[in-house]
Design a protein around this ligand. Structure first.
Ligand code: NAD
Length: 284
């Protein structure tokens, strides 16, 4: 598995398994188990997905089956902004550890940069320093807030998880992430299954044919070669395996450049700091 060395030295798999909207406990447990059997080592969940217990059950089953040891896995969860006051965030951390059935979590992110971000960040720092979290980071955070957070805190975020795909490549944001040594992880790397045009772009189809791969595999490979970690989600065994099978081909530099030109800088989920998005988020 290709890994990325985070700014604190921790190695993170460049490919992981997403679990957003996998709310049925049995389906979630089985999907996580299928993913680990297929070779995934990073599993991404969040308090807000309501599936940490089921993810934990999948992890436990995989360990009991002897497929992996705990230390070979990289588990990410995210704190919800409604719990960003100090005591609430501590309680939420304890809940996450309990629900996941883990002694430590590999990565904890602040899910959205709303509410008392600083109080929550300092709780993550506390858990990080106590060894209960191996790396801490943010999600949906634009560069301006990220620079501010870095300036006024002890621990620098190791990662920003943000919507990134062919049509929303975050090329400008990426330069800031690189400058501050914050790893870039794509959520919705397949456009959440909504932007089907991505799969039928001529260039994507041509590259898929050239390498004997599917459009989804080309889209994921493109991000990884652009130094963007990916966490595609599926509950179907075939697709779970398909999305993992992207390490036996390599796009040329010219091909990567051609795909780069297809960027529309167009998020589907919305930019985290646009007022209409923030206003909408306040209803969550
Ligand atoms: P995604 O881009 O991974 O798309 C998933 C959808 O793509 C599937 O439901 C299916 O419809 C389709 N799909 C999957 N594999 C395919 C294949 N091989 N061929 C064709 N179609 C395929 O979207 P996502 O689930 O939103 O994002 C991935 C993960 O990122 C989530 O599961 C979650 O863990 C995380 N996430 C984080 C945030 C955040 O705010 N931090 C937001 C959304 C998602």
């Amino acid at each position: 598995m290709l890994t990325k060395r985070l700014n604190n030295g921790v190695e993170m798999p460049m490919l992981g398994f997403g679990t957003y909207q996998v709310t049925d406990p049995e389906e979630c447990k089985n999907s996580v188990l299928t993913a680990i059997r297929a070779g995934y080592r990073l599993i991404d969940t969040a308090v807000a997905y309501g599936n940490e217990e089921a993810v934990g059950a999948g992890i436990k089953a995989a360990i009991e089956e002897g497929i992996v040891k705990r230390e070979e896995l990289f588990i990410t969860t995210k704190m919800w902004f409604r719990a960003f006051e100090t005591e609430d965030c501590r309680n939420a951390m304890e809940e996450s550890l309990k629900k996941l059935g883990l002694d430590y979590i590999d990565m904890v992110l602040l899910h959205w940069p709303y509410g008392n971000v600083y109080a929550a960040w300092r709780v993550l720092e506390e858990y990080y320093e106590a060894g209960k979290i191996k790396a801490i980071g943010v999600s949906n955070m634009e560069a301006d807030r990220l620079i501010d957070l870095i300036t006024f805190n002890k621990v620098k975020p190791a990662l920003n998880q943000i919507e990134t795909h062919l049509y929303c490549q975050r090329l400008e944001e990426k330069t800031w992430l690189q400058k501050y040594e914050v790893a870039h992880q794509a959520y919705a790397p397949l456009g959440q299954g909504r932007a089907n045009e991505m799969f039928s772009e001529d260039t994507v189809k041509e590259l898929a044919a050239k390498y004997g791969k599917t459009p989804a595999q080309v889209l994921l490979r493109f991000l990884i070669q652009s130094d963007v970690a990916v966490i595609p989600k599926s509950v179907h065994e075939e697709r779970i395996k398909e999305n993992f099978d992207i390490f036996d081909f390599e796009l040329t530099a010219d091909e990567v450049d051609t795909l780069k030109k297809l960027d529309k800088a167009a998020p589907m989920i919305g930019n985290p700091e646009s007022p209409d998005k923030v206003e909408f988020a306040m209803t969550w």
